[in-house]
Design a protein around this ligand. Sequence first.
Ligand SMILES: *Cc1c(COP(=O)(O)O)cnc(C)c1O
Length: 355
Amino acid sequence: MKKHNFSAGPCVLPQSVLQKSAEAVLNFNNSNLSLLEISHRSKDFVEVMDNARNLALEHLGLQNKGYQALFLQGGASLEFLMVAYNLLEKKAAYLNTGTWSDKAIKEAKLFGEVVEVATSKSDNFNFIPKNYKVPSDADYFHCTSNNTIFGTQMQSFPEINIPMVCDMSSDIFSRQLDFSKFSLIYAGAQKNMGPAGTTLIVIKEEILGKVSRVIPSMLNYKVHIDKESMFNTPAVFPVYVSMLTLQWLKDMGGVSAIEKVNNQKAEILYSEIDKNPLFEGFVTNKEDRSKMNATFNLRNDKLKATFDDLLKQAGINGLNGHRSVGGYRASMYNALTLESVQVLVSIMQALEKGA
Ligand SMILES: *Cc1c(COP(=O)(O)O)cnc(C)c1O
């Protein structure tokens, strides 16, 4: 039976990418060797790493603009502290829009003063704060573009004259932005780019080298840049699958093309949430709604068993909300098809008809 995978992460990947990845595990580039058993310094793998790094910059429109792309390990969670280790000398400004921002702030505090410019914590993060002031004497400003757990997404970013750092784990490559406004972007691969195990970091080189502390090699962006993302053995398989997904995205027409489909998917799901009397959205300000993760709930808990049963029969997977929000969360990453969203909407309509 065909499955519709709405998982929040690790997430759905294109079928063609899974197929090619499986082949490379058995026989990589017709070498009769597995991708998993060759040197990461072999010509074939160095090509994979170079392709992945170039494609990432190309999709963001950041080629030849002083940026470097790295594929490191440790997830976005390691970036919470690496960012501060490498950039925080005295004071940093953070916008707190959810669990992940909160965790980033906790790590940054180990390295210096953190100014929380605004937070929606008291409302369980169901909106994105606006009209906050970013102190111009901070070393950098940090934000989370898409809040995977709560289903909110930043639609605009402040105009500031200090480096802007953004955790884009769950919406990178999903929409067009002027990415040159950001000095550092990081994203765990497993939400919208590939499997778990590698993290993309895109960094403007000129922001480095400004802190006085000594930085251990593995946590030092400059070291990884100088070694072309091969300071130590990279996560060869996750990098390969990410490269294939970035190639797939290019073949689809790139970020601008996928953004149109993502907009359509979000539009049909949110309009059903709004017009179906059995459901309500979690996010209070509609303009803050995430196009990647839609959070919603049944107004009447008694229908839960029936709805869950219908979802199961339709092959819908991964729709449970995060435990801190409850209800449902439909994650509609790039590789989720419009058809899958249509199936979900048809189940919501079937529930309404039967109720
Ligand atoms: C999932 C997620 C993280 C955590 O990523 P790990 O790779 O598990 O460390 C951080 N930020 C956001 C926005 C996420 O969605």
